[in-house]
Design a protein around this ligand. Structure first.
Ligand SMILES: NC(=O)c1ccc[n+]([C@@H]2O[C@H](COP(=O)([O-])OP(=O)(O)OC[C@H]3O[C@@H](n4cnc5c(N)ncnc54)[C@H](OP(=O)(O)O)[C@@H]3O)[C@@H](O)[C@H]2O)c1
Length: 279
């Protein structure tokens, strides 16, 4: 299905979006979602040569958010200079007790989920500020708003994305540039295989039983998770609604926001202690 959608009513206009991390999952679904609605899509990936999209409007482009040289190369491309929207999607999770998480794994995660996202944002901020238009959409998580056991480092990285994005929105708003945060909840992607690939890390005996319970809960619950396409639809909404709106939560993130309103911060924390079996 191809449908032209104009930015201004009655004035169809070709829009271009750059999405990072499009080989799988949410980024892949977002690339297709935008292309099917008439946008040109620059599908960012560490391995653009391996990407296969049937949509003509999608052009794979190399970007490894861990490498300044790669990010610079990407933004030196004339096609990237024309983007109207950036989606900082590349990222991954890790499910491990904090005590058992080696410092180099913490650095690795922050390099991708936070520092990489910041460097891509820096270049888009310049581009959009000079054009006096544009939208940066950062993919956070429900775990950017609440803490959860065994996700301490991932939560810290997504809390950082939330604080960074909210601050950046203040800096760029006077130039007509939107900064938005999409907060997926559990989504059926390869994310969980990567996050749960922790065999190489020995888990402290005291944590083991509760940790295993969480893994088993996940295995039972994964079929009820959101689809990547439903997250792509929310990214689309954030990119096209023209609203000065900061957060776009999905299911569990909406529930957490409601619980926070009803119970307050401490009340929500106590509720989560019970939910996660920490009491
Ligand atoms: N799935 C969930 O339950 C969930 C929930 C909340 C938030 N999120 C967030 O949604 C975003 C997309 O995740 P997903 O669920 O779609 O997972 P995914 O299927 O694993 O896709 C993540 C993409 O990010 C890129 N990437 C992964 N690790 C990277 C690394 N070390 N360095 C650079 N790029 C890397 C990869 O793209 P390339 O190989 O093409 O470079 C990969 O296709 C992430 O930011 C994640 O934190 C996911």
């Amino acid at each position: 299905m191809t449908r032209m959608v104009g930015w201004c009513a009655g004035m169809p206009e070709q829009k271009t979006i750059l999405v990072t991390g499009t080989s799988t999952g949410i980024g892949h679904a977002a690339a297709i979602h935008f292309a099917e609605r008439g946008w040109n899509v620059l599908a960012g990936s560490r391995h653009p040569e391996k990407l296969h999209f049937i949509q003509e409007r999608i052009t794979p482009i190399g970007i490894d958010v861990n490498s300044i040289e790669s990010v610079d190369r990407c933004f030196a491309d004339e096609r990237v200079k024309k983007i109207d929207c950036l989606v900082n999607n590349a990222g991954y999770g890790l499910l491990l007790p904090f005590e058992d998480t080696p410092p180099e794994e913490i650095e690795r995660m922050f390099r991708t989920n936070v520092f990489g996202l910041m460097e891509v944002s820096r270049r888009a901020a310049k581009l959009f500020r000079e054009k006096r238009a544009g939208t940066i959409i950062n993919i956070s998580s429900v775990l950017g708003r609440i803490g959860a056991p065994w996700y301490s480092v991932y939560c810290a990285s997504k809390f950082a994305v939330e604080g960074f994005s909210e601050s950046l929105s203040h800096e760029l708003r006077p130039f007509g540039v939107h900064v938005k945060i999409v907060e997926p909840s559990g989504t059926q992607t390869g994310f969980h295989h990567i996050a749960y690939d922790t065999e190489k890390f020995p888990i402290t005996q005291d944590y083991r039983a509760r940790y295993e319970t969480k893994r088993n809960d996940h295995d039972r619950g994964v079929n009820r998770y959101d689809t990547p396409e439903s997250v792509a639809a929310v990214i689309w909404q954030a990119a096209t609604d023209g609203a000065w709106k900061l957060r776009y939560p999905l299911r569990q993130a909406k529930q957490a926001a409601l619980a926070r309103r009803l119970l307050g911060e401490e009340g929500l924390w106590r509720k989560l202690l019970k939910k996660f079996g920490s009491l």
